[in-house]
Design a protein around this ligand. Structure first.
Ligand SMILES: [Zn+2]
Length: 443
């Protein structure tokens, strides 16, 4: 396969007006498909009094009812046909070739079906991201990822193959063995969560390997956590590896919708394959101006088995008005995913932004990469504790670090925190998505 195909100047540089025409056409197609082939969507739209003929202009899209995770949980699982996907399924069960599920810690996961064509679409959309980040057929990509039922880096694996890269599945190995294998094979690129990218660098140094000097990794694609779009975290990763770090965004139910290009100017939305709308949390109005935070609502155009139409992700994002130097007209998000829109992150009535806490912690070089935020209730009042680790050689600076943390957190999040210092390397480390935010308030 010729990897030049993944820079698609026709799709990626369309003027906005043309892009919206394309998106309207594709929205109509997936809407009609779901209306006709999925009992779940048919009922949803029928009850709302809307049918395919009603979508005529781009603004008509905003009238289509939204979907969300809780609706999918209700129609899936034991006793729901076709098992386990439920009647959102829009193809005969025999056509499903891929199974994945969401990785939420509580409740029933969302079961996700894909046909072989859907799966190819995943690879295709991820390939756009890798190509934009400079991956070519000369790259040897190492994936230190536990290949399992979670979608995570499966898309990257197939995408890199499409580009003609050589893919090393670094699945059932421990961290040390993965590092040694990367070194032995002179891997040039890797994909992992930000937490694991930082953890691997720590492990490497412990076994006497200095990643920038002793390894050959020069491109790292991160996903699964917001770190790639947090400047202080990105800098830590780039310094630790001597590599360029690029953010990428996607999810089980949606697909790989967000890509950062070589210019690292923010997360581009792949608008040829996805429609991303930003909705005002309070008024429900669509936000088109830059710098205004709202909820992300996404439609995936090319996924047929289990369509994703106006899916309310409940993540907070905002547009960036900048034109990227790469020439893509795909819109940019400022700072990637900025937090959650639901109540779980409301503390003392203020929307807590986990990415703002991360930015503060990772910007203090005397602190390790790990931290934890615990929210409890003291009487009627929410109480937040931030647990951090000081790197042993800076043990004497604790008082100054505490003052800096409290001041910076007050500025960036408008909240007060208890600061707890923990032994270096005593906070839990994770190989996948980290759970750094613990809400222990009674519900
Ligand atoms: Zn760009």
């Amino acid at each position: 396969m010729n990897s030049e195909e993944y820079w698609n100047p026709i799709l990626e540089t369309l003027p906005r007006e043309k892009l919206e025409q394309l998106q309207l056409k594709k929205f109509k197609e997936i809407f009609s498909w779901a209306y006709e082939h999925s009992k779940f969507y048919h009922k949803l739209y029928h009850d709302a009094g809307i049918e395919p003929g009603d979508i005529r202009t781009f603004d008509d899209i905003h009238k289509v009812p939204k979907t969300e995770k809780a609706m999918l949980r209700d129609i899936q699982g034991e006793g729901k046909e076709p098992f386990p996907y439920g009647d959102i399924l829009s193809v005969p069960l025999e056509q499903v070739t891929e199974y994945h599920q969401t990785s939420g810690t509580t409740g029933q996961p969302v079961y996700q079906a894909d046909t072989w064509q859907d799966w190819d679409f995943h690879a295709e959309s991820f390939a756009y991201a890798l190509y934009a980040q400079g991956y070519r057929d000369t790259d040897r990509l190492f994936l230190p990822f536990g290949y399992n039922i979670f979608i995570a880096f499966w898309g990257a694996h197939y995408a890199a193959e499409k580009l003609g890269c050589e893919v090393i599945p670094g699945g059932v190995l421990n961290t040390e063995a993965r590092i040694l294998k990367m070194q032995e094979l002179k891997a040039t690129a890797m994909g992992a969560t930000p937490t694991y990218v930082l953890g691997m660098a720590e492990t490497a140094r412990k076994i006497g390997i200095d990643p920038p000097k002793d390894l050959f990794i020069r491109k790292i694609t991160v996903a699964g956590e917001p770190g790639g779009s947090i400047p202080a975290t990105r800098k830590r990763m780039e310094d630790a590896w001597g590599a360029k770090v690029f953010d990428q965004s996607g999810s089980t139910e949606i697909g790989h919708w967000g890509l950062e290009c070589r210019y690292q100017a923010g997360l581009h939305v792949n608008e040829a394959f996805f429609l991303v709308e930003i909705e005002d949390v309070d008024t429900g109005k669509i936000i088109n101006e830059s710098g205004k935070k709202g909820k992300m609502v996404v439609t995936t155009f090319n996924r047929m088995a289990q369509p994703c139409i106006r899916f309310d992700v409940k993540d907070l994002i905002q547009w960036n008005a900048r034109q990227c130097d790469c020439g893509r007209t795909f819109r940019l998000l400022d700072g990637g995913i900025m937090g959650r829109a639901d109540d779980i992150t409301k503390v003392k009535g203020v929307l807590l932004s986990p990415t703002a806490i991360e930015e503060v912690v990772r910007d203090i070089p005397q602190l390790s990469n790990e931290y934890q935020v615990v929210v409890t209730k003291k009487g009627d009042i929410d109480d937040i504790t931030l647990k951090v680790e000081v790197i042993p050689e800076y043990k004497n600076d604790e008082a100054a670090i505490r003052t800096k943390l409290v001041d910076q957190l007050r500025v960036k999040t408008n909240l007060g925190y208890n600061i707890e210092f923990h032994e270096y390397e005593s906070l839990p480390r994770s190989q996948t998505k980290s759970r750094r935010f613990q809400d222990l308030r009674p519900h």
